[in-house]
Design a protein around this ligand. Sequence first.
Ligand code: KIV
Length: 274
Amino acid sequence: MVIGQPDPCGLLGPRGGAPIVGLTAYTAPMAARIDRHVDFILVGDSVAMVLYGMETTRTIDIDTMIRHGRAVAQAAANTLVVIDMPFGTYEHNRDVALSNARRMLSETGCDAVKMEGGDSLAGTVEAAVADGIPVMGHVGLMPQRARSVAQMRSRGHSDTTRRRILKDARAIARAGAFAIVVEGVVESVARDITQASTVPIIGIGASVACDGQILVTEDMTGMFDAFTPRFVKRYAEVGKIVEEAVMAYASDVRNRRFPGPEHTFAKRGKKAAG
Ligand code: KIV
């Protein structure tokens, strides 16, 4: 079984080289920091949970996504930028999906959209690609279908779900997606999809078998620690560093150690005559 055609948009380069590196960004400063170090940036709808404290990704609206997409695309001059289509903007009506996708790309400057869905979304993906809209797919665990964090569990443990996920990936690749995110699936499923696929498979919680990896930047840097999925490796503890800085600042202010003379404007003296 061969999934899809070779990378139709050429957006993530030829396969067979080093694994593809992706990270999320929601803001210009973060995009500027990661721009030169990754192969693509995702303006993920995980912004709902990470920046806005929402329980799931289902409640973020298209205007908010567009504001974040614009900020990221402006700051990331070197990297492919993909933006998530938010829940409710593409699943039910193909024309609405295409019009929202066009709007998201034209108003943000992002390069591609990402849509969650399998077999039943393939027609929409095909129509979008035919309309010149580059689409990244997303199968396996699809967070937009979860009504709570508890429902965000790994997939592909039974033969039925394994077949379902493989079918979804095949349908989305055949529809013309240039890459597919596979989230939260057991390793053997990720390996089967990747081996059968001619478009890059980007894993998150899907093992080293994939063609590339993506993580939420705030997860891997320790900035977001409300909960940390098992598949996240923490590369830093930025949240703790921020808290320590805040405590030091508060203590300095309360003890009149800040601001010091070096942070204070002294009145300019008159120029000496002659
Ligand atoms: O919204 C997001 O950040 C995502 C990634 C986790 C793949 O979809």
